[in-house]
Structure formats: structure tokens, C-alpha cells
Design a protein around this ligand. Structure first.
Ligand code: SAH
Length: 363
């Protein structure tokens, strides 16, 4: 069994099952997530007799990146290999004083959004919490990362148990200790998993809305069938009224709605008005995402003018509305382009990669 990726309660269960005192769980967590230990034998404050006894049964395994590619704008795309050879990817996006890591939660995805390239692969593999966390742990730039977004391949709430574990480790004071305010999970909105995300974590949440009206969202996001956005909005409105998470009382925790901007499909003024009406009464912001095109898609990206007009309509009603800058497009690292196509032209043996430390062992 792999110790890497275990949450606090997993580690407590483990030590208790061996009739060890609870503080051993904290010691193991520190080795795993503070000292980045690679082996059980290196955990020197555990009794040597215990380490020997456990050596056959337990391991410390975190995936290493297979390749990295760098965009003209400085965005890097990392490729990782799941068992069965399925590829998953992360994007590392530098931006002035931020360094944002975008992680995958699945290899492929089964939600089937029509405008997303990842969707074309279908679901290949649910990432374990070790595979989700490995994208952070074994990133050469790890210690400079300021923000983590769950916006890579996959639908986080289609792999909820592993995603929750990974959030627990990322934000736990005994884990990596990142502030939950700097972490965002993006989802199409799957109930009741969304409630669990809201109640059991403190991270920011982004809902992929795209269109307010069912008949307009359904052809874009087939999951609308089983997980109608109207139900999600009802839940959020109810929580806003009661002041339940993620709403007041919970600090600066942020809720946002994402709308991918497709020419004539999602970007019309009447659609902006429908979004405005839908989210009325819910303290949230809107993030407009210019669509990143790929061959074979039957959409066109919206004009800048249309995006800005859409933004103005929402802003006029007092809704904070931002336009996401597209990054890493030239290397397929932008939103919705992560598809595990192995067009990385840099192998881990390339000198440039060695220079960014891909082969170095994180200490
Ligand atoms: N599965 C999660 C995370 C997806 S990535 C979700 O749906 O929320 C984050 C955002 O990128 C989502 O809003 C998704 O709809 C959007 N997206 C997908 N393909 C895109 C593309 N080709 N161009 C721009 N945004 C895209």
C-alpha cells in the first residue's frame, strides 16, 4: 500500500490499526509532506523495528513527470503517465507575482462538453490522490507555486473521494499547508458531491455554467441532463440565504461561474442577461473564458467586442466579471486543450528539461 497521498484520517486509521499511538500518524505525515521522504527507511524517528516490519507492506510512491514543454508565454505543460499508459497533464502558468499550477483529476473525462478537447478521449483513468498530489510534489517549481487550480483534465466531482483526500493533504497544516484561499476547484456541478466539497473543504469553487437556460446548456454540457444547473443554483441560493458555506462567515472564500465564450452560441447579450438573472442573490463573480479552438470543432471563438459587451452587461448589475487571459495555447496547455496527445517535443533527457530540474529529486 502506498503511504503517499493518504489523508490525515487515513494515516490515523493506519496507525491505530497497528495499535500505535496517534502521534505516529503526524510523524509519518511530516515525512511524507514536509520532508518529501521517498522511503520508509528514511523516516528516522520511527522505530527501526517498525520500519523493517512495514517495509514489505508499505511504500512511498509519487509519480514523476514524463515530459515538459514550454510555451512562448512561459506556460509549461507537464505530462504524466498513469498505469495502463494513459496520459494526464498539468499546466504551470506564471503571471507577474503568481505561479498557478493547474492539475488534472482524471486521465480523460466523461462529461462530454462539446467544446472541450479532453472530452474526446472519454474517461480513461480516475487519478488517485497520490497521482493528483504528485503533480504538485514532483514539480520542479513546486516551492514557488502560489495557487493551485483543479482545472486540468477531468471532472473533479466525478472522482470526489480522491479529490477530497488531495485537498486535505494540500491544505492540511500537517500536510503541505497551502491556504485554501489559493486553491480553486472547477466543476460542472454534480450533486450531492458539490455539497461535500463546500462543507468538507474551504477551497474556492468555480461552476462551469456556460449558459443559463437548460435548452442552451444541454447541447454544450450533456451532464445537464442528470445534473441540471438549475438544481445547483437552487442549492447555492438556499445556502446563500442561510449563510452556509461558501457564503459569509467563511471569510474570503470565493464562488465563481465560468462561461466559455463561443461565437453566437454562448456570447449573445440576451444570454448575458439570462446569466445575470440566474445568479441574482448569490454572492459570486463571473469569469468569461475565451474559447481555445482545436481542429474538428464546430465552434468559433467570440470576438473581443462580444466578450466585452457581455462583461459590461454583468458589470452594470454589479457583478464582478473578469475575462480570463488565454495562456499556453501554442503548446496545447490552455483551457480545454489538455488531451494527452504526445506532442511534447522535449523529452526528460533534453538539456533544457534538466536545467529546470525535472530529473533532480525533490529533497
Ligand atoms: N471539468 C471541470 C474543469 C474543466 S477546465 C469543469 O468543467 O469545470 C476549466 C474550464 O475550462 C471549464 O469551465 C471548461 O468548460 C473550460 N473549457 C473547456 N474547454 C475549453 C476550451 N477549448 N476553451 C476554453 N475553455 C474551455
Amino acid at each position: 500500500m502506498n503511504l503517499f497521498g493518504l489523508s490525515r484520517s487515513d494515516l490515523l486509521d493506519l496507525v491505530r490499526s497497528h495499535r500505535l499511538p496517534d502521534y505516529r500518524a503526524r510523524q509519518i505525515a511530516q515525512w511524507l509532506y514536509r520532508h518529501h521522504a521517498d522511503t520508509l527507511t528514511g523516516m528516522t524517528n520511527l522505530p527501526s523495528e517498525l520500519r523493517e516490519r512495514w517495509a514489505d507492506e508499505y511504500s512511498v510512491d509519487s509519480p514523476r513527470p514524463q515530459s515538459v514543454e514550454e510555451s512562448r508565454d512561459g506556460t509549461r505543460r507537464y505530462t504524466w503517465v498513469a498505469p495502463g499508459d494513459d496520459i494526464y497533464e498539468s499546466a504551470l502558468i506564471p503571471d507577474e507575482d503568481r505561479l498557478t499550477l493547474c492539475v488534472s483529476t482524471q486521465a480523460g473525462c466523461r462529461i462530454g462538453c462539446r467544446f472541450c478537447l479532453t472530452a474526446r478521449k472519454g474517461l480513461r483513468w480516475n487519478l488517485s490522490s497520490a497521482e493528483i498530489l504528485g503533480q504538485y510534489r514532483n514539480l520542479p517549481e513546486r516551492d514557488r507555486v502560489t495557487h493551485v487550480v483543479y482545472m486540468g483534465m477531468g471532472e473533479p466531482l466525478d472522482n470526489t473521494d480522491e479529490v477530497m483526500k488531495s485537498l486535505d493533504v494540500l491544505t492540511g497544516e500537517w500536510g503541505y499547508g497551502l491556504s485554501p484561499r489559493r486553491i480553486t476547484v472547477s466543476t460542472v456541478g454534480i450533486l450531492p458531491d458539490l455539497e461535500r466539497l463546500l462543507d468538507e473543504s474551504e477551497v474556492n469553487v468555480a461552476i462551469s455554467l456556460h449558459a443559463a437556460r437548460r435548452e442552451e446548456r444541454l447541447p454544450l454540457v450533456p451532464a445537464e441532463n442528470r445534473h441540471p444547473v438549475a438544481t445547483t443554483l437552487e442549492l447555492l441560493r438556499h445556502r446563500a440565504q442561510l449563510g452556509l458555506p461558501p457564503f459569509p462567515g467563511t471569510g474570503r472564500r470565493r464562488l465563481s461561474f465560468e462561461v466559455v465564450m463561443l461565437d453566437g452560441v454562448t456570447d449573445r447579450p440576451d444570454q448575458a442577461e439570462a446569466v445575470r438573472d440566474l445568479i441574482r442573490g448569490i454572492p459570486a463573480r463571473v469569469n468569461l473564458i475565451p474559447w481555445n479552438s482545436f481542429p474538428g470543432a464546430s465552434f468559433q471563438p467570440s470576438s473581443r467586442a462580444a466578450v466585452e459587451h457581455y462583461q459590461r452587461i454583468l458589470k452594470r448589475s454589479g457583478i464582478t466579471t473578469t475575462i480570463r487571459e488565454s495562456r499556453g495555447q501554442d503548446i496545447g496547455a490552455a483551457c480545454g486543450l489538455l488531451a494527452g496527445k504526445d506532442h511534447a517535443h522535449m523529452s526528460p533527457d533534453a538539456p533544457e528539461v534538466a536545467a529546470v530540474g525535472l530529473r533532480g529529486q525533490p529533497e
